[in-house]
Design a binder for this molecule. Structure first.
Ligand code: ADP
Ligand code: MG
Length: 341
């Protein structure tokens, strides 16, 4: 069935108020989106579905003044500070990284799978993670991997809405989001964390910045062990020392070395639908890619694949071949752009 057929079914069952069939079609559409690699679309649909289930559960008769009513009011207020709520299907093997990063991440995941044991022995739980390093090296991806592996809902914080020009409001807004995360036992993801945790930005009101850092310190301290905060930054040296110390795990995601570049290329070409031409061998291409981010390398490769396939559309009998001269040219251009930034 095509995507449009699922949408027609969903419209029909929605209008007929046929909840069971509607849910079945929606689930089929989610599976279809996953299979056709529309991961973001699938994640968004899943979040809508989960949200609606939660709404239904609290949708009984709500008296004004009841605690549930209060919860719904709070929800509305917090929603503007949340860019996205998502559940993730990403798993460990989507991320190419060093063994030590793998080890850190897997310890973190194991801790959360063994909360009972840690509680029994009265041991503290690591639940504050900082990803840092240059752009395009997997900070956002690693956060999705954690959300997927921990099977937790992730609230992606909308910093634009949280940071307020009104004195004191930024701290209040942050507190609201953390309260929600505590209530729902979910992950709070703060990208570009340096915007909040900065100490050395003199263009801002210094008093307000200090207040925000102090609020974060408190919120971090009182975060329940079943909730997690993940922060990401390209500028770790801008972040307040005391705040840095609060993170249980700090993970540096660096530019890839040759073995990681090879792994990334193989993963990206995994489907086996295309292969390299014989003009340049893989090791020499890998060498040329050194210095680029994972994202930059993946982008040049995907562009090269697209252009090669379009240039030879009639090769459906044989595997389309990637024009490696073209790919190397794209790599060279990407590097130029990177160094001129
Ligand atoms: N370490 C990595 N392993 C595999 N793919 C990566 C990695 N880093 C980046 N990518 C690719 O580049 C895209 C953008 O990376 P992203 O996680 O947004 O980088 P960052 O948040 O560090 O700027 C990812 O969705 C993924 O396709
Ligand atoms: Mg990112």
């Amino acid at each position: 069935m095509a995507q449009t057929d699922f949408i027609k079914d969903i419209a029909k069952y929605g209008l007929e108020n046929d909840q069971d069939r509607l849910l079945a079609s929606l689930n089929e559409l989610i599976d279809h989106a996953k299979k056709s690699k529309k991961i973001n679309f699938a994640l968004q649909l899943q979040s809508i579905l989960k949200d609606s289930i939660r709404q239904h559960q609290t949708n009984g008769l709500l008296k004004v003044g009841s605690s549930q009513h209060q919860q719904r009011e709070d929800d509305r207020e917090v929603n503007e500070f949340i860019l996205e709520k998502l559940t993730s299907d990403y798993q460990f093997d989507s991320l190419v990284c060093t063994d030590s990063v793998k080890e850190e991440l897997s310890y973190f995941i194991k801790e959360h799978q063994a909360l009972d044991v840690l509680h029994k022995f009265d041991l503290p739980v690591s639940n504050r993670v900082l990803f840092y390093g240059p752009p395009g090296c997997g900070k956002t991806l690693a956060s999705y991997v954690l959300a997927g592996e921990l099977e937790k809902l992730m609230l992606v914080v909308n910093l634009g809405a949280i940071v307020s020009s009104k004195l004191g409001d930024t701290s209040k807004n942050l507190a609201k989001v953390f309260r929600r995360a505590a209530a729902e036992e979910c992950i709070v993801f703060i990208d570009e964390f340096d915007t909040l945790g900065k100490v050395r930005d003199y263009s801002q009101d210094h008093g307000e910045m200090k207040r925000v850092v102090n609020t974060l310190l408190q919120l971090f301290d009182y975060l329940p062990s079943s909730s997690v905060v993940i922060a990401a930054t390209n500028q770790i040296d801008m972040i307040d020392e005391a705040l840095l110390r609060r993170f249980d795990v700090k993970i540096n995601l660096e530019l890839p070395d040759e073995s990681h570049i090879t792994e990334l290329i193989n993963k990206t070409l995994k489907s086996g639908l295309v292969e390299l031409d014989t003009e340049n061998d893989l090791p020499s291409i890998v060498k040329s890619c050194k210095g680029l981010s994972y994202y930059g390398i993946q982008r040049t490769l995907i562009t090269a694949v697209k252009r090669s396939v379009i240039a030879h559309p009639r090769t459906n009998m044989t595997k389309p071949r990637i024009n490696t001269d073209l790919w190397l040219e794209l790599v060279r251009k990407e590097k130029q752009q990177f160094s001129s930034q």
